[in-house]
Design a binder for this molecule. Structure first.
Ligand code: PLP
Length: 446
């Protein structure tokens, strides 16, 4: 029985859906009406187990009472406060909490509304920093093949996914890319960090030799490449990147939009791998996906060079000409504070760490299934890569997503990879169910 609240609209034409096969979707729509805990409910009443935390973001699960109440109360108390030349207490409280959560001196938070904005902000801070310390010739930005850094022009320029770049002109100039780290020949079916590939970080030395360090501002990588289909970093790779960037005065930016807030069983990938970047971008799990928000965590020397440096001007001068109308939006701050409290109170990061070996074990039980060519995992992230159908890349995984939906499981796909990142409240039984449905799905699709 459909309740009124679940009623579906009768015209789907006007909404141009992002990153979606619009024509196919609108012929066979999947409309979500409600969410609670580990489940989504579609408008036709079917309940789906959420194996993707929405879009890698609802780490605390759905409709968590503390977060819901905080948003409701905040909307009534302070709906909006300008963040340019004004502040509100929760913005400062949240920044302090984040400074505590992130390791070392990643002590300053610049608030944004999304991962894409966090990336653009981080790149701009890196450029402004180099200029502030008298290194204004350092304008190049280095990304990595197959990297995903959102959809702003900065993000797609340093990003490395062809389809996200090829339709949009010449992008930012002065960008180069490291090689990606997927090496199925040597690392197929690795559990956790793959053994081979640390030397791929050394390509940065070649890039430095080509352009000269004096032209390079920053390197940006996802510590675990997420959107492309979960590529954990090879053992020692991030450490090498850190050494080489430090040696050449290049800032290291970790794009932690997916990896922060418990996905790896820790507050951040920086903490998990014990590699401290100069800047870390976040979003998604910051509010458990409830209100759009991102935060860019910046190390003290980088912040201080811009805010207290010689180029900052007098005390009444703005130090960084950057920000968003909705930076530190009160609803987002309230949601983020309640989310961090939920993570802490329920020990969700620790829970993710405890569940990770079971997740790994169960996921790798799929290795002998039809068309499976690789399985990768770390923390509560996982990917099952299928062989593409000849001449039709991506179609097999697309069909798997539809079939899994019929079996009441929500998964995410990228090319022919099935990607999973369940909310951190997932139970052992739900992990079993995810793997069982994946197994059946893979067997049943052509
Ligand atoms: N950076 C990374 C590593 C991401 O995974 C994403 C989104 O998946 C983004 C940036 C972009 O975030 P948003 O879609 O919130 O702009």
């Amino acid at each position: 029985m459909l309740t009124k609240a679940l009623a579906a609209p009768n015209d789907l034409e006007a909404f141009w859906m992002p990153f979606t096969a619009n024509r196919h979707f609108k012929a066979q729509p999947r409309l979500i009406a409600r969410a609670e805990g580990m489940h989504y409910t579609l408008t036709d009443g079917r309940q789906l187990l959420d194996a993707t935390a929405g879009l890698w973001c609802c780490n605390a699960g759905h409709a968590r009472p503390r977060i819901v109440e905080a948003i409701q109360q905040q909307a009534a108390e302070l709906d909006f406060a300008p963040a340019f030349q004004w502040g509100h207490p929760k913005a400062f409280e949240l920044a302090s909490r984040l400074a505590n959560l992130f390791p070392a001196d990643l002590d300053h938070a610049f608030f944004t509304n999304s991962g894409s904005e966090s990336v653009d902000t981080a790149l701009k801070i890196a450029l402004a920093y180099q200029r502030a310390i008298g290194q204004g010739t350092r304008t190049r930005l280095i990304g990595r093949e197959r990297g995903y850094h959102g959809v702003g022009f900065g993000g797609i320029s340093v990003g490395g996914i062809a389809k996200n770049r090829m339709f949009f002109g010449s992008l930012l100039t002065g960008v180069d890319h490291l090689p990606h780290t997927l090496d199925m020949e040597r690392n197929r079916f690795s559990r956790g960090l793959p053994e081979h590939g640390a030397e791929l970080a050394d390509v940065l030395e070649r890039i430095v030799a080509l352009h000269d360090a004096s032209t390079i501002a920053a390197v940006i990588v996802e510590p675990v490449a997420g959107s492309i289909g979960v590529y954990p970093p090879p053992v020692g790779y991030l450490q090498r990147l850190r050494e080489i960037t430090r040696k050449h005065g290049i800032l290291l930016i970790f794009d932690e939009v997916i990896t922060a807030f418990g996905r790896l069983g820790t507050g951040s990938a920086a903490e998990c791998f014990d590699v401290i970047p100069d800047i870390a971008t976040t979003a998604k799990g910051l509010t458990s996906g409830t209100v759009p928000m991102g935060a860019v965590m910046v190390r003290k020397p980088v912040h201080d060079a811009i805010v207290h440096g010689a180029a900052a001007g007098g005390e009444k001068a703005i130090e960084l000409f950057h920000g968003y109308t909705y930076s530190a939006h009160p609803l987002a701050c309230a949601a983020a504070l309640a989310t961090l409290e939920t993570y802490k109170e329920e020990g969700l990061f620790e829970r993710a760490a405890e569940l990770a070996p079971y997740w790994e074990e169960r996921l790798h039980s799929l290795r002998d299934r039809r068309n499976v060519i690789d399985i990768r995992n770390i923390g509560l992230m996982g990917a099952v890569e299928l062989a593409p159908r000849p001449g039709k890349p991506g179609e097999r995984a697309y069909d798997a997503m539809l079939k899994a939906c019929d079996k009441r499981l929500m998964i995410r796909i990228t090319a022919d990879t099935l990607a999973m990142s369940p909310p951190l409240i997932v139970t052992h039984e739900q992990i079993d169910r995810i793997v069982e449905v994946l197994g059946e799905t893979i067997e049943e699709i052509e």
